[in-house]
Design a protein around this ligand. Structure first.
Ligand SMILES: [Zn+2]
Length: 135
């Protein structure tokens, strides 16, 4: 499971990734994806850049996916705690489920989303193991 099969293009695209969430102007809590209103206190939120690193708290394997994701199933969905404490639910990729460990370091990466009928190319944030920063 190396990185050799990831086209150069993606590795370069990754450099430009801004991992954007939102931060509450009242209570300071952060969310991903960004929201207009704070789910904790109802305050107004503004966009902010989130740390790309975090740790994996829990995960589960999705066997039966919605239509546009069906070709990717089964895939892993994880609960991640970013280094600033923001909790994110996102797909975990480039790893097999038996390699996952509770608390392991992961980092955000940008990947192409499955195509829809409109054929517009979309990108989504997924997480990969951060083997080089393992504690
Ligand atoms: Zn708030």
């Amino acid at each position: 499971m190396g990185f050799d099969n990831i086209p150069q293009y993606w590795r370069r695209a990754n450099v430009y990734l801004h991992f954007i969430g939102s931060k509450c102007k009242q209570c300071g809590k952060t969310t991903f994806p960004p929201l207009p209103r704070c789910p904790y206190c109802g305050g107004e939120m503004e966009k902010c850049e989130l740390p790309r690193g975090g740790k994996l708290l829990a995960w589960s394997v999705v066997q039966l996916a919605p239509q546009e994701w069906r070709e990717q199933a089964p895939f892993i969905v994880g609960l991640i705690e970013l280094d600033d404490g923001t909790r994110v639910i996102a797909q975990i990729t480039d790893v097999s489920v038996d390699e996952l460990k509770e608390g392991m370091r992961v980092r955000a990466t940008i990947r192409r989303a499955p195509e829809r009928e409109d054929e517009v190319i979309r990108y989504i944030v997924k997480f990969v193991p951060d083997w080089f920063n393992e504690e």
